[in-house]
Design a protein around this ligand. Structure first.
Ligand code: ZN
Length: 276
């Protein structure tokens, strides 16, 4: 009888020992899920957009593939950064741009080519890869991509063309300068360091900016909007007349588009622009 009692007691202890870690794990993952839901709800309210991270959404061209975000810590970290970065835009900016859904994924590809993002304003979508261009990319790069790609959508909202060529922009550059064939050119010449800020030519802070007008403008917007990137604007602004013209045009255009003059880019660059 005593033996049977002891056996029952041991069995009960084993069951309790098994249940406790399960309960801890369950409450941990429930906690993470609710943290994701809370962060998403905050972003959706602030930006008036829908955030999708756990399902596959079909793009305009049926060429985009990605995996859903299955790592809750990575997802929360990304959402926290996105929330901070996109809060820099004036209220209602995403509605003006026409982006209704931001889709987060991993291993994002278009036509089986890895991409850090795919702007799809035709369906009011912006696809962002939370692991960069297939890998473990630094937060600074992910921030740069968020602003760069949003600007492609902004240009689409203004010109109804993501590759619009502006005469006044072309005139900013030196007389014989010609852009390459587009951002796609860089994907076919990956041995070149396109993104380091080396100020390779007057008017250009990196080589990627020399691939196309729209990439030039989106690179500058990304540098203006990113706290790390903006230091390069300050470094080269007074030394480069072409760069000054381009920054002034971009700031003027963002002001006109958003119908604001009291905004993030003015408060960070307004004094610098007025000085020159
Ligand atoms: Zn681009």
């Amino acid at each position: 009888m005593l033996l049977q009692y002891k056996q029952t007691l041991i069995l009960k202890k084993i069951i309790i020992l098994c249940i406790i870690p399960t309960l801890i794990l369950t409450s941990y993952s429930t906690g993470k899920a609710s943290a994701i839901a809370d962060t998403i709800s905050k972003i959706e309210n602030n930006l008036s957009v829908e955030i999708v991270y756990d399902k596959i959404v079909k793009d305009t061209w049926s060429l985009v593939n990605y995996e859903t975000c299955n790592d809750s810590v990575e997802t929360i970290n990304y959402l926290t950064v996105l929330s901070r970065e996109y809060a820099k835009y004036p209220k209602g900016y995403f509605q003006l741009v026409g982006i209704k859904t931001i889709i987060l994924g991993k291993k994002l590809r278009i036509n089986n080519q890895y991409r850090a993002a795919v702007p799809d304003p035709y369906s009011n979508f912006l696809f962002l890869s939370i692991d960069g261009q297939d890998g473990d990319f630094p937060t600074e790069y992910l921030i740069h991509v968020m602003h760069h790609e949003l600007n492609h959508c902004t240009e689409y909202a203004i010109w109804k063309d993501m590759s619009y060529k502006r005469n006044d922009w072309a005139k900013c550059n030196r007389l014989f300068f010609r852009y390459k064939s587009g951002g796609e050119y860089a994907y076919h010449h990956q041995s070149i360091d396109w993104y380091s800020v080396t100020h390779p030519k007057k008017g250009f802070l990196n080589l990627y900016s020399t691939t196309a007008q729209e990439e030039d403008r989106s690179e500058l917007v990304a540098l203006i909007m990113s706290d790390e990137g903006r230091k390069y604007i300050f470094e080269y602004y007074s030394k480069d007349k072409i760069l000054r013209k381009k920054i002034k045009m971009i700031v003027g255009e963002l002001n006109a588009f958003s119908n604001t003059s009291n905004n993030y880019w003015e408060s960070n660059l307004g004094a610098l622009i007025k000085k020159q």
